[in-house]
Design a protein around this ligand. Structure first.
Ligand code: 5RP
Length: 224
């Protein structure tokens, strides 16, 4: 199977995972990116069973609405039962790098509310040590140079993602050449830089389960 087929397999597996758990008042959190898009499209087939979703980006909200699936503002729901989203990298503890699609802040907010975070990814995303994928950092525009200098002090190589403005009106710095052996410490340290909105490490609140698309089928991984 190629990468797109593996993504489709995990999107289908995520639907099979949540569908039996759906109740009238279930709120689904929906992520952003090509894997999440496949899940949204799969959800369209059972839209009558989905009464409420919240989306981690305007793009995902539009895609959900296109399928006739109700989308709510996070402030108008009192819980999110499940959050389904992709990742750019995961380690065995299910600590993630996210934000390749620039939606990291809203993704982290929905993750914070979610009862269960179901990550869906193809096997290329599973790594031993995070950091081969450049770490996205969302930054208030006027702080961009300051934050970049601070990231260099931490040992990274930040690059401004040209032409990208997040749904929150901010910019993204991608930190290259930055292995992350201690994701918890690094997540906190970068978030403490003045001008950072958040960074793409999901270590303080990792995924609860990873549905991983492999050539031998979809594997269900829990944090080690
Ligand atoms: C978007 C994300 C995505 O989940 C991540 O980039 C993975 O994307 P894809 O499913 O297209 O590989 O964090 O901000």
């Amino acid at each position: 199977m190629n990468q797109d087929e593996l993504k489709q397999a995990v999107a289908d597996a995520a639907l099979a995972y949540v569908e039996p758990k759906l109740e009238n008042d279930t709120v689904l959190g929906i992520g952003t990116g090509s894997t999440a898009n496949l899940f949204i499209d799969a959800l369209g087939a059972i839209k009558g069973k989905v009464n409420a979703t919240v989306a981690s980006s305007q793009a995902s909200a539009e895609r959900l609405k296109g399928h006739g699936i109700p989308v709510y503002d996070l402030n108008s729901v009192d819980k999110v039962d499940f959050y389904i989203d992709g990742a750019d990298e995961s380690n065995r503890a299910l600590q993630l790098i996210k934000g390749g699609g620039a939606a990291l802040t809203r993704e982290k907010i929905v993750t914070a509310v979610a009862g269960e975070f179901i990550c869906i990814a193809d096997e290329s995303k599973l790594v031993h040590t995070l950091g081969q994928f450049p770490l996205p950092v969302e930054v208030i525009p006027m702080a961009r140079s300051h934050v970049a200098r601070e990231l260099v002090k931490l040992g990274g190589d930040p690059v401004y993602r040209e032409g990208v403005v997040t749904d929150n009106g901010n910019v993204i710095l991608d930190v290259y050449n930055f292995p992350i052996p201690q994701p918890l410490t690094t997540e906190e340290r970068i978030n403490n830089i003045t001008g950072v909105v958040t960074n793409g490490l999901f270590a303080l609140k990792p995924a609860d389960v990873l549905l991983l698309g492999t050539q031998d089928g979809v594997r269900t991984l829990y944090p080690e």
